[in-house]
Write a protein that binds this ligand. Structure first.
Ligand SMILES: NC(=O)c1ccc[n+]([C@@H]2O[C@H](COP(=O)([O-])OP(=O)(O)OC[C@H]3O[C@@H](n4cnc5c(N)ncnc54)[C@H](O)[C@@H]3O)[C@@H](O)[C@H]2O)c1
Length: 255
């Protein structure tokens, strides 16, 4: 397929975890605008319902499915629901994450385990649950959200940054296993985007200056920037790309 049609997602079904807010909600809107039916997945019924209602109001097809990515039973049930209600799964956007901020000596074992359960095991559980349908449909796409913090190292976020490094390995190793089945696995590495995640920084103006000084492009990233990359990685336009990492940070990290 040539040209803009290759970027369309008509007839495709996409799951977005952590779809109730932030970048996840915005990727839901972008994927729906490109024609995908979207399953908005998250822990809070009210917020995922609100995103679903917005997508439907904008002319899209969408369902909301309450699930906790760290719980296998919950995720298996979520995948079954999506297949039943939307007919299959073509795209999995592994986006849900938590990011407690504190000095590394203050992190207790329970918190460390909780961050890994959501940010890394959750990606595995969702991929496993979606896999039968992704394989059956023949053009599966898995997109994993990692973070600039892994590439720069980042203080006060040790557990989070460790999981984000794990996601780079997860993306590459899974891409090796799934390539023969025509399923691509890629990662998006956002820089600094103004979502709830940014509220962990105590001085918003100072953080804004910090970001703009480091980026080559002198504007803040927007939800649409991430959404457009998600469309590309979900679509046929990226069908020969797998195991790759897409930095989207205004030219901050350049590897
Ligand atoms: N915003 C940024 O600047 C930025 C930068 C780098 C990476 N990222 C990555 O982008 C992704 C989205 O981040 P965001 O900024 O939108 O954060 P966010 O906190 O707004 O969104 C995360 C979503 O995940 C959900 N979630 C958390 N635990 C869950 C669980 N166990 N099961 C289901 N859902 C759960 C939350 O409820 C929330 O809706 C994350 O993977 C994050 O690491 C964001």
């Amino acid at each position: 397929m040539r040209g803009l049609d290759a970027f369309r997602l008509d007839g495709r079904v996409a799951i977005v975890t952590g779809g109730g807010g932030g970048l996840g909600a915005n990727m839901c809107r972008s994927l729906a605008a490109a024609g995908a039916a979207v399953a908005v997945v998250g822990r809070t019924q009210e917020t995922i319902d609100a995103v679903r209602d917005r997508l439907v109001g904008e002319g899209g097809r969408a369902v909301s499915v309450r699930a906790d990515v760290s719980q296998k039973d919950s995720i298996d049930e979520m995948a079954d629901t999506v297949v039943r209600e939307l007919g299959g799964i073509d795209v999995l956007i592994n986006n849900a994450a938590i990011y407690p901020r504190r000095a590394w000596t203050e992190i207790d074992e329970a918190e460390w385990d909780a961050v890994f359960a959501t940010n890394l095991k959750g990606f595995f559980l969702c991929a496993r649950a979606a896999y039968p349908s992704l394989a059956e449909r023949g053009h599966g796409r898995i997109v994993n959200l990692t973070s600039i913090t892994f590439f720069g190292g980042w203080d006060l976020l040790l557990s989070y940054v460790s999981t984000k490094g794990g996601i780079v390995g997860f993306t590459r190793a899974l891409a090796r296993e799934l390539g023969p089945e025509g399923i691509t696995v890629n990662a998006i590495s956002p820089g600094a985007f103004p979502t709830d995640a940014e509220k962990i920084h105590p001085d918003p103006d100072g953080y804004n200056r910090f970001v703009l000084e480091r980026q080559s492009l002198k504007r803040r990233g927007t939800a649409e920037d991430i959404g457009n990359l998600a469309i590309f990685l979900a679509s046929d336009a990226s069908s020969f790309i797998t195991g790759q990492l897409f930095g989207i940070d205004g030219g901050w990290v350049m590897n």
